[in-house]
Design a protein around this ligand. Structure first.
Ligand code: NAD
Length: 474
């Protein structure tokens, strides 16, 4: 398969190509075309022309609602085909790849339901005036997505952006561009007008950088790492382009003494081993009351040792990391942790087999100053720390540069909710990591970024307010 460009309603594979690998086996499974500056320009011009024609904004908004529902149905129809491709290019288990397409369809249903309800308000200014607000799209919007959930993350911003009436240029990630083509083929099979969505692939430093610097781009939604976010913000600052930044995390769960151990262990399994830990909102730190620490750490290590690990197509509990360099990085982080005094209760090393597999890893004896307690590892590694009083736990949880999500486990309602209120994060989970869904707002504080995706709040990113103030003659 070749990941092609989709510009102004036309697919093209013209241009330099690089290989796409199956990280579960190391085999080459396809190619991706790298967009050159001319193709970036063509994609932006197509989106701009669609904005100027008003293809999405002139008709009654129920038109966008019907487009979005068509898109959701089209995505559901390609879920099996798309999931297999996503599983192979990303290394993730097949059921998780399928889940990403299902989530993508849900985003279009959810924001489709809002497309005809983006209302303004009237503002009383006394008898001499009539005043109202309108919520209108930014226009040409560039969306840049990472490799860990390419389909789900692209769909969450595309759905909100199109529902609001923006025309989009989506830049796919270099490592996982293939399934995104299947997603965009689904969009292209509907009545969506040419230019409303354009897909380009390419390297960040060239294609991505050319896109965010393009003079016709009026809005940027970026999901990825902090250094790239900074680079994009610098470029956006030149033309004062509004941005949404969904960046990394080092999220912590606080476990109080009365927490249910089985509940915590189940949440750790999904929190840190889902997608082999390559999740911005992974539970990478567990801050446990000292009375539970040893029992819980042993239970987590025992669970980690029972996880099935294999190629994604076998649908194991955990599969490969995305690439050889990523495996190298994660293993190096683990070696640094051990060298600085952390104890690996289990894991810490790569698994010797074809593909890029890492052992599920659980560290104890972690202290807040260690790198393993502060840096985003982006792999299946959990750091367990202990606390004696709740204020200390909250200080530890809030003690990194990030603030994407956080969690708290416990039965005492007052203590649990007081902890939830004090955790500095855009979303706080209580007694279940990853609680929530497409309906609940998600996004960071601190170096995890700003703006919100998912939920009704995401629409605020994709709309701006115009006020009309009318002086009346009597
Ligand atoms: P990355 O920052 O390296 O790349 C993300 C995207 O940006 C890719 O498409 C890349 O090609 C592009 N890019 C790179 N340099 C660019 C530039 N100068 N200009 C424009 N585009 C550029 O991130 P990654 O390694 O793909 O993803 C992992 C990171 O993403 C982690 O830090 C993770 O926490 C974060 N992430 C955040 C969320 C969230 O919703 N908050 C979700 C998933 C991943």
């Amino acid at each position: 398969m070749i990941a092609r460009h989709f510009i102004n309603g036309v697919w093209s594979d013209a241009g330099e190509k690089i290989a796409v690998e199956d990280p579960g086996s190391g085999e080459l499974i396809g190619e991706v075309v790298l967009a050159d500056p001319g193709q970036v320009d063509a994609a932006v011009i197509a989106a701009d022309a669609c904005v100027r024609r008003g293809d999405l904004t002139r008709p009654r908004p129920a038109y966008r609602l019907s487009l979005m529902l068509q898109i959701a149905a089209a995505i559901r129809a390609v879920t099996e085909e798309g999931a297999e491709v996503l599983c192979r290019e990303s290394g993730k288990p097949l059921r998780d790849a399928r889940g990403e397409f299902e989530e993508a369809a849900r985003y279009f249903e959810y924001y489709g339901g809002m497309a005809d309800k983006l209302e303004g308000r009237s503002i009383p200014l006394g008898e001499a005036y009539f005043d109202w607000t309108m919520r209108e799209p930014h226009g040409v919007s560039a969306h840049i997505v990472p490799w860990n959930f390419p389909v789900g993350i692209a769909a969450r911003s595309l759905a909100a952006g199109l529902a609001a009436g923006n025309c989009v240029i989506l830049k796919s990630p270099e490592l996982t561009p293939l399934a995104l083509c299947i997603l965009i083929e689904a969009l292209a099979s509907t009545d969506l007008p040419a230019g409303a969505i354009n897909l380009i692939s390419g390297r960040g430093a060239t294609t991505g950088a050319a896109l965010v610097r393009h003079p016709l781009v009026q809005h940027i939604v970026f999901t990825g790492s902090v250094p790239t976010g900074r680079a994009i913000l610098r470029a956006a600052a030149e033309r004062i382009v509004p941005c949404v930044m969904e960046l990394g995390g080092k999220s912590a769960a606080v476990v109080h003494a009365d927490a249910d151990i089985d509940t915590v262990v189940a949440s750790v399994e999904s929190g840190v081993f889902f997608n082999a830990g390559q999740v911005c909102s992974a539970m990478s730190r567990l801050i446990v009351h000292e009375s539970l620490h040893d029992r819980l750490a042993d239970a987590i290590a025992a669970r980690a040792q029972t996880l099935t690990i294999s190629h994604g197509l076998d649908d194991p509990d955990m599969s490969a990391l995305i690439s050889a360099p990523q495996l190298e990085r994660v293993e190096q982080h683990c070696a640094d942790a051990i060298a600085s005094g952390a104890r690996a209760l289990t894991g810490g090393h790569r698994i010797t087999r074809s593909g890029y597999f890492m052992q599920p890893t659980v560290f104890t004896d972690v202290t807040p100053g260690m790198r393993v307690a502060n840096d985003e590892i982006f792999g299946p590694a959990l750091s367990i720390m202990s606390f004696t009083d709740p204020d200390q736990a909250i200080a530890m949880a809030n003690g990194t540069a990030y603030g994407l999500v956080a969690g708290v486990f416990g039965q005492d309602l007052n203590r649990t909710l007081n902890t939830a209120r004090q955790l500095e994060a855009g979303q706080v989970f209580v007694n279940e990591w990853f609680a929530g869904g497409v309906e609940t707002p998600f996004g960071g504080t601190g170096q995890s970024g700003y703006g919100r995706e998912k939920g009704l709040e995401a629409l605020d990113n994709h709309l701006r307010t115009r006020n009309i103030a009318v002086r009346l003659n009597r």
